[in-house]
Design a protein around this ligand. Sequence first.
Ligand SMILES: Cc1ncc(COP(=O)(O)O)c(C=O)c1O
Length: 467
Amino acid sequence: MLSNKVNLNKAKREGKNTTTYGSRYFSEPIPKFEIPESGMPPRTAYRLINDELNLDGNPNLNLASFVTTWMEPEADVLIAENNGKNFIDNDEYPQTEIIQNRVVNMLARLFNAPGDCDFVGTSTIGSSEAIMLGILAHKWAWRENRKKKGINTPETPNIIMGADVHVVWEKFAKYFDVELRMVPMEKNNYILTADKVKDNIDENTIAIGVILGTTFTGQIDEIEKINDLLEEVKETKGWDIPIHVDGASGGFVVPFIYPNFKWDFRLSHVRSINVSGHKYGLVYPGVGWLIFKDKKFISEDLIFHVNYLGGVMPTFNLNFSKGSSMILAQYYNLLRLGKGGYTQIMENLIEITNYLRNNLEETDVFELLGSDLKLPIIAIKIKEEFKDNFTVFDISRKLREKGWLVPAYTLPANDEETAVLRIVVKENFSRDMADLLMEDIYDVFSYYNKLKDEGNDDIKEDSINIF
Ligand SMILES: Cc1ncc(COP(=O)(O)O)c(C=O)c1O
């Protein structure tokens, strides 16, 4: 009897004659803070982690993130097959670099780089790295210009942007010691206008940051008007100030559905553009792109030449090692979809966005922000008369119980008292999903209306992070 038990215990310890769940690892605490002395079978480690991750939200119901949650199976295979390649090992993986450069070429042309310009570009981890690198190059150009003009007085460079920017822009100013001239938003005007730029500009302005699809409302800054202003400033004052366009989300949408809308290298002062491949470029996280209209805008000083990987390699990036898979996946999408395929997807997104916007408006509960929205992003606030029934935070919290991830947050200065819900419509969000979401939104209304009728209140949640 005893030896039977001993045998059973031994079998259990070794995980024999049972499923993974019958092994001891599932009845003991798992290591959380110290590396265990000995390991565990691969299937067990996989199951433990995979099962814990069930507590995460479902990426396919994540309407908060701009980032791609689905790719075709062939792309998944390509990604898996190339996970072991470090992109920085150009000498060892020269073809991967060649493919990166093909994507840079395709994007520069998509962004209408003029034929007589010598455009350059690079892949990055995302738009954040691309923005930091881009503005850094403009800071260097400003400094070199001053040197050329023989100006030696110590001056602090400044950068102008609207409060509608992503947090990375503020990070840039702080990390790289540039004075941040952030233009506050006004009630019902959530974009950077040329007038506001005019009030802030001077000879130490290294660049104007403009957004093609803001994180808060999905709107577009007055890019063309700001360009006109900069042409006038150059003519009257001699200051040649560049624009960096943050096309993180809009850069892969606008060219396909609004090809005549001018925001890119067709505008004389637009010198650099970033775009997130992992947003509407339709690739998983993390790939972004930075494109310069001409290599003359990047100081040689910023390019490091390393030789320890074999061959001399120029690098202009903030980090060193990174995966190759997402760069290859970007090329996959460009080959696989072509302009036609991207256009069809973006048209579907806009159609579904309009459908959902109309449905939300018909509830009579919500007010849509930015009626001129050009991107598949919806920002809504609750009408005054319903503010006693529920807040956007209540709706966000209740929808989360159903699995939907719809963030609620307050707008930037000077409209912090306005709280909104944002829905990012992505490739795998069908019209049918939009109907299901609407049904759940009506259920949330009923829940809170009933509570109110009964004289009860529910907890009001704080804002959740949208970045
Ligand atoms: C307008 C804008 N810029 C920059 C970023 C940062 O992009 P990434 O996540 O690719 O670093 C975002 C992210 O949502 C964004 O919306």
